[in-house]
Write a protein that binds this ligand. Sequence first.
Ligand code: IPE
Ligand code: IPE
Ligand code: MG
Length: 238
Amino acid sequence: MSDQKNGPRHVACIMDGNGRWAQARGRPRLFGHHAGAQRVRDVVKACPDLGVEYLTIFAFSTENWKRTQTEVAGLMKLFRRYIQSEARELLAAGVRVRFIGDRVRLSPKLSKMMDELELLTSRNDKLHLTIALNYGGRDEIGRATKRLAKEVAAGRLSPDDVDETTLARFLDTCFLPDPDLVIRTSGEARISNFLLWQSAYAEYEFIDTLWPDFTPAVFAETVGRYGNRERRFGAVTA
Ligand code: IPE
Ligand code: IPE
Ligand code: MG
């Protein structure tokens, strides 16, 4: 039953602490977000050597719109810049990129760039990088339920056939295995609406490091601790 000796196949990261990192240096919050983007590059590169096949990162939540217009606009610009500057390297490194979250509130320009990056890297399979952008677990379950209800209303799906695997097929993450390990940086011990359904049996690591200080060495150390855990999935092990 337990497979943790092989290391986590799917790691999901709640990249938190950029604002505090910048604040500690007397700089604006966006300075922290730029430093955080550099860590994403490093962590993506580190995955294959650690045996991580799927990396899912929380870039912007459905609740992050509550921030100032300056910060939100700066983050949106940073996402466009990241896609533009990283596309070639991600393609060459064998990374397949996909996005989860609701596209409706994103600008058509950003959404188009996201589509293009997904298409460009669609034949890669060395690392599956999933970027959660305007993502919220409850929002995702709400949208999935609406789509499922439409299938029932159209007579294509019987209510009696609906079970947990049916709903999972309607989630944004339908192409992903469940995360084995969820890491949150910055010392906060909460999940802030990230992968609610998918993390039912994930292991969690809440670490004090702020995301811009999350180097490949810290990543490797955190992933390494997963090997000491016993995953039981409700069963009793000998
Ligand atoms: C996480 O860092 C990045 C995003 C939410 C986009 P924060 O911006 O939340 O940083 P803190 O938590 O304020 O330090
Ligand atoms: C979670 O971090 C969202 C992302 C990392 C994108 P937040 O900083 O938004 O979460 P709260 O507000 O501390 O719960
Ligand atoms: Mg935060």
